[in-house]
Design a protein around this ligand. Sequence first.
Ligand SMILES: NC(=O)c1ccc[n+]([C@@H]2O[C@H](COP(=O)([O-])OP(=O)(O)OC[C@H]3O[C@@H](n4cnc5c(N)ncnc54)[C@H](OP(=O)(O)O)[C@@H]3O)[C@@H](O)[C@H]2O)c1
Length: 307
Amino acid sequence: MLKVLITGGSGLLATNWACFARDKIRVVLALHKTNVLFEDTESVFLNLESRDDILDKLVQISPDVVIHAAGLTNVDECQLNPLLAKHINCELAENVAFVCAKTGIKLVHISTDHLFSSKNSFSTENSNPQPVNVYAESKLNAEFAVKKLNNDALIIRTNFFGWGHQFRQSFSDWIYINLINNKEISLFDDVYFTPILIDSLATHIHALLALNEYGIFNVVSDDRISKYEFGLHICEKFNLSSNLIKPASIASLKSLAPRPHDMSLSNHKLKLKLGINYISVSNEVEQLKLQLGMGRPLEIQKAIRGV
Ligand SMILES: NC(=O)c1ccc[n+]([C@@H]2O[C@H](COP(=O)([O-])OP(=O)(O)OC[C@H]3O[C@@H](n4cnc5c(N)ncnc54)[C@H](OP(=O)(O)O)[C@@H]3O)[C@@H](O)[C@H]2O)c1
């Protein structure tokens, strides 16, 4: 059975990946501060500051694949602390890439759709990144560093959604929780992205791994939608009132960091490689609703044991 170690084990991506994959593969969540305990999933505290600790733990655990998903994901915090952003997003990724190259363990490095300015829609893997803030810069530099140290690494550019927890509310949680509580929210109708559900993201990454792919892949849905339109998808699938969602402009955002207006990525390379016909946001949000029915949010809440 494939054994996968995921750094950032308490994060949105890793916790959903664990729920989705643990009956098909062996998942080891590599933790930083927040403790997480799922049934049928191992957890281990791993100090990404130390290449020796990473090496010791990887030799001991012997995973087939490391998914590097640890990071500083708060865009304003990155803007406020550029050195910390560089350290966590880039230098820790370098440590992981170095040890994976040394041990021959396959690395999947999770990057972002945030790398581009607002000039183009559906950026491809070959488009020229133009980071507009510190978060994006640190993630782009991480890609360069990973590629340099570990040419065999699979680098995934994406934007995902799924069920979060008390320490990590996701964008879809925020919309859903406000709407079920009858609270009005504003969503940008001039910021575009191509979001994908974490379970689909994981499925496609496993398919790329099975083909032993490497280099950059965009793993996103087909649909370039605004944040406002994403909210409407949630309303439709969860049967909530769309009257509670007001369109707003990004110009109204009081944020420290400048933000890209168009983060949409092309998934053409992915679909061609895997022979996929479509990945529609509508289907992805439908799956999110099915997860609610199957108790995914509760399961994740229960697994998070705190700091
Ligand atoms: N969310 C999105 O839509 C999105 C979009 C594009 C790309 N990404 C990328 O996807 C990856 C995963 O994102 P996510 O949303 O799952 O992140 P998240 O929920 O914010 O979780 C971040 C994880 O990183 C860990 N971490 C933070 N500082 C660390 C350190 N110094 N050493 C080791 N671990 C540390 C945290 O552990 P503790 O809680 O214990 O500190 C947590 O487990 C990130 O690389 C992010 O840049 C995310």
